[in-house]
Design a protein around this ligand. Structure first.
Ligand code: ADP
Length: 261
């Protein structure tokens, strides 16, 4: 009698709770599925754009057999640029996929962060000097941190590349390295164009660009910051941005000195 009823009610409550949990799970799966579909459609679009240009360029050469040598040269130059762009998108996508796999733990080792940053800046200074941009490195202390050198270098490289790309002729990029007892801090500040307030919350999204046409001209894929964030999150770190339109932008990365397993 009583016990039977009690059991019955309990089973009922559990069923309701279960179906609640099930619905929540379904919602989550659907959200994941939506974001994956959006990603796949973004990827297809991004990969198709250079391909379309390549097709147009090669077809127009094929249909005029007596095209002058100059035209050939010009179109071949354009073709080569589109191939380079396609290559960049594919490389960025591969990096992103590597970061995205949460199961994929970073390959950490104790690294001298001062040397790591110096190495990156040495590679990027020639690009900066083409636009008369000065890259300054300020190190507050020697810092050793347990990081995946390849992934953290990629994150810092993307930030410094952006600081150069979205800067102005004769501007500056200021990179600083510091640490406290727990974290390592890397700051990348620039004297560039800044980011509009309404865009700041979106810049870490895959394929997001403030100014699509301008970014394309500059050679962006919209994946650089998603990659940077992926690498930092993988190290249980944080990435922050502060920007003032027309004045410049500062990105700060914070990474634990010892990898949290
Ligand atoms: P992209 O390949 O287009 O540079 P990112 O993911 O690296 O893609 O950056 C996303 C967008 O954020 C860029 O297109 C640009 O509009 C903006 N952005 C990133 N870094 C800076 C910066 N230092 N100054 C101004 N805008 C920036």
């Amino acid at each position: 009698g009583y016990d039977d009823n009690y059991l019955h009610e309990n089973a009922y409550t559990e069923t309701v709770l279960l179906s609640d949990a099930f619905n929540k799970m379904l919602e989550r799966m659907k959200a994941l599925d939506d974001s994956r579909n959006e990603f796949v459609s973004n990827v297809s679009h991004e990969l198709k754009t250079p391909l379309t240009s390549m097709k147009v360029l090669s077809d127009s050469l094929l249909t005029q057999p007596d095209a002058p040598a100059e035209l050939y040269k010009e179109f071949m130059g354009d073709l080569s640029e589109e191939i380079e762009r396609e290559n960049k998108i594919i490389n960025d996508l591969l990096s992103l996929v590597k970061m995205d796999k949460t199961a994929n733990t970073p390959n950490v080792a104790m690294e001298n962060m001062n040397e790591l940053v110096e190495k990156i800046l040495k590679r990027l200074r020639p690009i900066a000097s083409m636009q008369n941009i000065e890259v300054v490195f300020e190190s507050f202390r020697p810092v050793n941190a347990e990081v995946d050198e390849v992934k953290i270098s990629l994150a810092i490289t993307n930030l410094v590349e952006n600081a150069i790309k979205y800067n102005k002729e004769g501007g500056w990029v200021h990179v600083s390295l510091n640490a406290d007892h727990k974290y390592c801090y890397i700051e990348v500040a620039d004297s560039g164009m800044g980011i509009p307030e309404e865009s700041v919350e979106h810049i870490f999204e895959r394929f997001y660009r403030v100014d699509k046409s301008h970014s394309r001209e500059i050679g962006g894929t919209g994946l650089g910051l998603a990659i940077a964030r992926g690498a930092v999150v993988m190290h249980r770190g944080a990435i922050k941005v502060y920007s003032q339109l027309g004045e410049g932008t500062t990105f700060t990365i914070r990474i634990p000195l010892t990898y949290v397993r």
